[in-house]
Design a protein around this ligand. Structure first.
Ligand SMILES: Cc1cc2nc3c(=O)[nH]c(=O)nc-3n(C[C@H](O)[C@H](O)[C@H](O)COP(=O)(O)OP(=O)(O)OC[C@H]3O[C@@H](n4cnc5c(N)ncnc54)[C@H](O)[C@@H]3O)c2cc1C
Length: 462
């Protein structure tokens, strides 16, 4: 007889997964502890079962199994989400981390990629053809989650968000059905998947438009935090006047050799690097900086630049907010947050969303924050042990910046802000997303995400 409790170990047998081609990890199995580990070492959850899939069919079977046995489900691609949404206590983790196939069609400038790839792995597969597309900021991030939330990154000024470069998805729905989703097929889902996160199903492959990008002129200049007032004002004015080809972030962090510092990290992705040199000259001359490491490099090299600052397994807690054009007072508060850090592994990361990413009409995809703005993450990091003081820094920094923040935060930078913040992120697109959720996931089977509730649950106040 079938046991009825998910806690009963005999519940989870390979017999329940006929033709499942992946691996299954139960508590006590060799590999279980490794499989429940995420990038954020502060996340410590104990799933009842981890189904590590290899194919879309595996994913469909896992979904059907979970529905039949009323198991709560989480979805994992890269496992990089700081909040730890990829794992669930006592439920089924549908793990796509080994789904890493990628094929490139250089003639059509298209790549088909599976969501378990990291951004670095994806770029290293397309770059040999002289082709890349927008990805996030660092190589370790998962392609699946980064794409579904929208995907802001170094190339967004010229080529838009990651989702602006998606041509099609393959998706397993809450009903266990495998669908192709594109402008031509299931167009309503195509709209919702571009920014709506994991709300509508499990994406098992993504087709991207690639662009010819040779070397980028990129890297960082470093200033001491002691000069923060003038450096941050320069950063605001310089970045906000930058053309589409030039994207500049600022990172306020403690560097091993230099101490508290501001890194201004630039990426010029235009065809003419001499023009990039001209555009970047004021950035390189200002100060002057303590260090100037800007040079022509492969896009994958730029992506790897910040990786050492965010290693796997360290403990993290993020808060985040958006700023439109920040005034001097906002910058002073932000600098005060940087001066108050409680750990050498903590950083404030400022992403400049602009250019093509900000020109797409807000209703064209689910991602609604289509205005020029700065997306800012207070990223607290610490090694093993008590995190309360570092978490308090991240929360206090958010509270300090709240008076200056603009409405709506990128969902991939959210923690547990809840429904009101999710509504603000989607703005006028929210009701359309609720309708889509009600159609494709009426029982809210996919709820471990920045959740858009189906109408029936919203009405019942669930
Ligand atoms: C150090 C760091 C830097 C970052 N930099 C950037 C950046 O520059 N730009 C940017 O846009 N974001 C950035 N992010 C945020 C990042 O995009 C999100 O954390 C994203 O969720 C990571 O993707 P993942 O595949 O690793 O997610 P996971 O942790 O594996 O999953 C998180 C959630 O995403 C959803 N999901 C993931 N894969 C699928 C799938 N295949 N189908 C359905 N739902 C899925 C699920 O709801 C899941 O719970 C950064 C995060 C970190 C930690």
């Amino acid at each position: 007889m079938m046991p009825t409790s998910v806690k009963d170990p005999s519940f989870f047998t390979e017999a329940n997964f006929p033709a499942f081609s992946g691996e299954i990890f139960r508590p006590g199995d060799p590999g279980y502890d490794q499989a429940r580990r995420l990038w954020n070492g502060a996340v410590d959850k104990y799933p009842a079962l981890i189904a590590r899939c290899r194919t879309g069919q595996d994913v469909a079977q896992a979904v059907t199994f979970a529905r039949r046995h009323h198991l709560p489900v989480s979805v994992r691609s890269g496992g990089h989400n700081t909040t730890g949404l990829a794992l669930i206590d006592d439920g089924l983790v549908i793990d796509l981390s080994q789904m890493k196939q990628v094929t490139v069609d250089p003639a059509r400038r298209i790549a088909r990629a599976e969501p378990g790839l990291t951004l670095g792995e994806f770029v290293r597969a397309t770059e040999p053809y002289g082709l890349v597309t927008t990805t996030g900021t660092c190589s370790g991030n998962g392609l699946g989650g980064a794409t579904l939330g929208g995907g802001i990154g170094w190339l967004m000024g010229k080529y838009g968000l990651i989702i602006d470069n998606v041509r099609a998805f393959e998706l397993v729905t809450a009903a266990g059905q495998l669908l192709t989703v594109s402008a031509a097929e299931n167009a309503d889902l195509f709209w919702g998947l571009r920014g709506g996160g994991g709300n509508f199903g499990i994406v098992t492959a993504i087709e991207y438009q690639l662009h010819p990008v040779g070397q980028v002129l990129a890297g960082m200049v470093i200033h001491p935090l002691a000069n923060a007032q003038t450096v941050m004002r320069f950063y605001r004015d310089f970045s906000s006047a930058a053309p589409d080809e030039l994207t500049i972030y600022a990172v306020l962090a403690t560097l091993p050799e230099l101490g508290p510092a501001i890194m201004l990290i630039a990426c010029y992705c235009g065809e003419n690097l001499a023009e990039g040199e001209r555009l970047l000259a004021p950035l390189r001359q200002f100060g002057p900086p303590l260090v100037d490491m800007i040079k022509p490099m492969a896009y994958s090299e730029l992506l790897a630049l910040l990786d050492p600052a965010a290693p796997d397994g360290r403990h993290y807690h993020d808060t985040a907010y958006s700023l439109k054009q920040p005034g001097d007072e906002a910058l002073e508060s932000l600098i005060a947050c940087a001066q108050a850090v409680t750990s050498p592994f903590t950083a404030i990361v400022i992403h400049h969303v602009h250019g093509a990413a900000a020109r797409v009409p807000a209703g064209e995809t689910a991602f609604a924050l289509r205005e020029t703005h700065y997306a800012i993450v207070n990223a607290a990091g610490w090694e093993e042990g008590e995190g309360a003081v570092h978490i308090a820094w991240a929360e206090e920094s958010l509270a300090r910046m709240q008076p200056f923040a603009s409405r709506g935060l990128y969902v991939n930078f959210m923690g547990h802000e809840g429904e009101a913040a999710i509504r603000d992120a989607y703005r006028a697109n929210y009701e359309r997303l609720v309708a889509l959720k009600s159609k494709y996931d009426p029982t809210n089977f996919f709820c471990f995400n920045q959740n858009i509730k189906p109408a029936a649950q919203s009405e019942r106040g669930l």
